[in-house]
Design a protein around this ligand. Structure first.
Ligand SMILES: Nc1ncnc2c1ncn2[C@@H]1O[C@H](COP(=O)(O)OP(=O)(O)OP(=O)(O)O)[C@@H](O)[C@H]1O
Ligand SMILES: [Mg+2]
Length: 112
């Protein structure tokens, strides 16, 4: 199992959620976050130097996904979240050791 974390533009949340739903992703956690990438959010020129003036609002989506579906999920996120403009976001993929469904005690991929 992998944890797929995507930081995206907030207005793309619905499209990404739908795209993940279509490929059978069963659960998601969504958090409002702020961040910056290579352009360092809004930048401002002051005496010839660029200064960071803000973090930009983004939405972070976290989904634990069976290994077999990870590539499909990443593709779906890219397709739904991409505008082609700067700040479209990033996707991080990490290994997940264990998942436990609290109600039933199921573990591993059955609990996802
Ligand atoms: N290296 C990173 N580590 C953690 N979070 C990051 C990293 N890079 C980007 N992010 C998060 O993703 C958001 C969107 O990043 P963004 O798409 O601007 O990346 P970028 O590398 O600047 O690409 P682009 O040139 O397309 O804008 C940031 O606001 C930040 O929250
Ligand atoms: Mg950027």
């Amino acid at each position: 199992m992998k944890l797929v974390t995507a930081v995206i533009k907030p207005f793309k949340l619905d499209e990404v959620r739908e795209a993940l739903g279509e490929i059978g992703v069963t659960g998601l956690t969504v958090t409002e976050v702020k961040g910056f990438g290579r352009q360092k959010g809004h930048t401002e020129l002051y005496r010839g130097a660029e200064y960071v003036v803000d973090f930009l609002p983004k939405v972070k989506i976290e989904a634990v996904i069976d290994d077999k579906q990870v590539d499909q999920a990443v593709d779906a996120i890219i397709k739904a979240a991409r505008t082609g403009k700067i700040g479209d976001g990033k996707i991080f993929v990490r290994d997940v050791e264990q998942v436990i469904r609290i109600r039933t005690g199921e573990t591993g991929p059955d609990a996802v």
